[in-house]
Ligand binder design. Sequence first.
Ligand code: TYD
Length: 216
Amino acid sequence: MEFPTEWPGVFLVFEGIDGTGKSTQIRLLEQRLCAAGEAPLLSREPTEGPWGRRIRESATTGRMTPPEELQAFIHDRTGHLRELVLPALAAGRIVILDRYFYSTIAYQGTRPGGDPAVVRKTMETLFPPPDLVLWLDLEPSEALRRITAHRGEIPNEFEREEGLESARKVFRSLAGDRFRRIDALPNESTVAAAVWNEAQSVIQAKRPQWVARLNP
Ligand code: TYD
């Protein structure tokens, strides 16, 4: 792997199928961290770079072939880590990503001809694991209902119910120590409290002065 696997910063990732409230929860976590005196860096994948733009366009103009799409995510992520994420972690910042390589396992791994176990192996060989993954979990039917009701959007090519169901199964299989399941069904503030609880314990483990700073 060309990347380091340790850093002075804290690397937090949000995962989950579309419509689970990731962007809302990221905003709420950002506010809490700023109130605690942090300056978190927020970013997302696919990125706004050339590879990320190409991937986004494909959601409306037609998907790439499975191997092309996998490669596009690898290129996008490599640039993202090299140019933005790892420099911020090396500088000691908290980095919050909206999606990371677990989405590649869950989405590309479940396309025709794909295998989540194989994609997982590729991802773990190429990219460093974050300090914590917050997996916002919700029934696909409810997630799709939220997409149409709240955003007024028509779900795109990445957001068909069968696809979301398979992606969710893969996320479930990844749950573990650094990959925490958060029930995304309750109201915003309940979910935010659960997110804060998980995030804090990881930050605390890396920064002994954190408790003192929060409770002066
Ligand atoms: P999304 O965050 O939903 O973009 P937007 O906010 O513009 O709708 O990401 C677009 C889609 O990309 C999303 O449905 C999941 C998919 N995706 C993958 O298939 N593999 C990946 O590795 C990542 C990061 C995302």
